[in-house]
Design a protein around this ligand. Structure first.
Ligand SMILES: [Zn+2]
Length: 219
C-alpha cells in the first residue's frame, strides 16, 4: 500500500463531519472517494491491455486474484490496492517488460491475499476504538503513525515475498527476478516502504530457502 492512510484520514475528516462513524467506515469511505477520483483507462489502449493480460496470467498462480479487480488509471499513484481488493495501476506501467508488470501486480495480489487491509483497519481500531472524533484522533496520531509505519513496512516485505514466490512458481529464475528488481530502481526506506536493499536481501533469502527445500527433499 503506497497510500498515506493517516493523510487520507485527515482529508476524510476535513471534508465532512464524520460523526457516528467508526474508523473502519471512515477508512473505507476515504478509499472510495479516492477511487472515484481515478477514472479507468479503457482496456482497448495497448498499455492498459498489457496490464490486464499480465493480471489474467497471474490468475492461474495466485489464489488472491479471484477476489481482486484490476483498475488501470492515468493519474495518481504508481501501484496500490484500495479497499483490500481493487488493484490500481498507472497505465505507464504497461510499457514495462512483462516480468516487471507481473511482479508489480503480484505484489499487490500479495496485499490482497494476506488480508493487509483488514490488518490495517484492526490496527486503527486499537487506537480509535469507537466513534471517530477528531480531537481524539489528533491525540493518538503520533503513536498510530508509528504503529502504522511499522505495520506497513512488514506488509511490503510480505507482499514482495508473495510476488517472488509467485513468479518463481511461474518459472522465472532468481536471476530474472534480481535483474527485474534492479530495473525497477534503487530506493531508500520511507515511512511506508523498506529500502530496495532490504527488499533484495529478503528476495535472496526466499530463493535460498526454496533451493534448500528442493535439495533436502530429494533422494
Ligand atoms: Zn505494496
Amino acid at each position: 500500500m503506497k497510500l498515506n492512510t493517516l493523510l487520507w484520514l485527515g482529508l476524510a475528516l476535513g471534508s465532512s463531519p464524520a460523526w457516528c462513524e467508526d474508523i473502519a467506515q471512515v477508512l473505507q469511505r476515504s478509499q472510495q472517494m479516492r477511487l472515484e477520483q481515478l477514472p479507468e483507462v479503457p482496456a482497448t489502449e495497448a498499455a492498459a491491455a498489457a496490464l490486464h493480460a499480465s493480471f489474467q496470467r497471474l490468475q492461474a498462480f495466485s489464489a488472491g486474484a479471484a477476489d481482486a479487480e484490476l483498475r488501470v488509471v492515468a493519474v495518481g499513484a504508481v501501484a496500490e490496492t484500495a479497499q483490500g481488493r481493487v488493484i490500481v495501476m498507472n497505465v505507464a506501467l504497461g510499457a514495462l517488460p512483462e516480468i516487471c508488470r507481473l511482479f508489480l501486480i503480484a505484489h499487490e495480489l500479495g496485499h490482497v491475499t494476506n488480508g493487509h487491509w483488514s490488518q490495517r483497519i484492526a490496527l486503527y481500531r486499537q487506537f480509535i476504538p469507537g466513534e471517530v472524533v477528531q480531537a481524539q484522533t489528533d491525540a493518538v496520531a503520533p503513536q498510530l503513525g508509528r504503529a502504522a509505519s511499522m505495520q506497513s513496512q512488514q506488509q511490503e516485505l510480505d507482499a514482495d515475498a508473495y510476488a517472488m514466490r509467485t513468479l518463481l512458481d511461474m518459472g522465472y529464475s532468481r536471476e530474472d527476478l534480481l535483474d527485474m528488481f534492479f530495473r525497477l530502481g534503487n530506493h531508500g526506506a520511507t515511512a511506508t516502504h523498506p529500502s530496495t536493499g532490504k527488499r533484495l536481501a529478503q528476495l535472496r533469502a526466499i530463493d535460498e530457502e526454496r533451493r534448500m527445500a528442493a535439495t533436502s527433499g530429494g533422494p
